[in-house]
Design a protein around this ligand. Structure first.
Ligand code: CO
Length: 282
């Protein structure tokens, strides 16, 4: 049977937002236009050469019920959390954090940086794992598999391409997270499991998808169902993230950094935070 190409379902223009202690971001998921793209709860792109846009960072804050994935393109961020991790992540590094029942962390850009750029994605956890033990996977750039096919450079953060397995594994939503760079007049295609939610985030140049649908950077491109995503570049490069995952199909209740299934569970999270029982030693 012929592979069915995934057509473009929608193209989303990122919205400017201010988060943390005053960081300017471009947000494409968790907006009025696109609240949730099951299992993806939020997608932010930060990128600036003006420290005033990011230096205030993200001081200590809680998360529950989700996973957060930070992928850096430029600059360095110092981080520490309530399960004892501390360090810094820089260009090309990934931090995959499973908040589970509760984690507190801070992410502060280093003051001497001339540029900060990267992405944060929130992946939902199914009801049965929302209160799982927090976990943290730190993946330095050197451990992220990278390969080139017909001039196209691919970094495999999670999932697999041509038998190359990604650096981050054992994530419930079975996500695939690729960083793809297509040179001018190049092309790329990638099979994606049928039924999985899939999107591309174009952040440099312009990408051209099925039926000549064009996405100049920055745009988030949502695909309909099918077997394979096909992308090409015309006179300029196309650099984008290609992200997919298994939808959960469960109700969500969200309140800032907490994403649960019911309102009562959100209220419990707020009570735990107030009572000092949010972070549990075990
Ligand atoms: Co956070």
């Amino acid at each position: 049977m012929a592979l069915q190409p995934r057509k473009v379902f929608d193209i989303v223009v990122p919205q400017p937002v201010i988060e943390g202690a005053g960081v300017r971001l471009k947000r494409s998921i968790a907006t009025r236009e696109l609240d949730y793209l099951d299992p993806f709860l939020l997608f932010d792109h930060f990128g600036s050469k003006n420290p005033a846009d990011y230096i205030a960072g993200f001081p200590m804050h809680p998360h529950r019920g989700i996973e957060t994935v930070t992928y850096m393109l430029a600059g360095n961020v110092n981080h520490q959390d309530s399960i004892g991790n501390a360090g810094s992540i820089g260009a090309g590094d990934v931090q995959w954090m499973t908040a589970g029942r509760g984690i507190m962390h801070e992410e502060m850009p280093q003051a001497n940086e001339r540029e900060l750029a990267g992405f944060q994605l929130w992946v939902n956890l199914p009801a049965k794992l929302k209160m799982t033990k927090p976990r943290y996977q730190d993946v330095p750039s050197a451990r992220i598999p990278e390969f080139e096919r017909d001039g196209v450079k691919v970094r495999v953060i999670a999932g697999a391409v041509d038998g190359v397995a990604g650096a981050v594994t054992e994530i419930f939503a079975d996500p695939e997270y690729l960083d793809v760079a297509i040179p001018a007049r190049g092309a790329f295609e990638q099979p994606i499991a049928r039924g999985h939610t899939a999107f591309a985030y174009v952040f440099d140049g312009e990408a051209v998808f099925e039926n000549d649908q064009r996405a100049p950077s920055p745009r988030l491109v949502i695909f309909g169902d099918g077997d394979v995503v096909r992308v090409r570049a015309e006179n300029q490069v196309a650099r984008f993230l290609l992200i997919s995952g298994k939808p959960l199909g469960e109700p969500i209740a969200r309140y800032g950094p907490f994403v649960m299934n019911t309102r009562a569970e959100i209220e419990q999270a707020l009570r735990d935070l107030r009572d000092g029982t949010f972070v549990q030693a075990d």
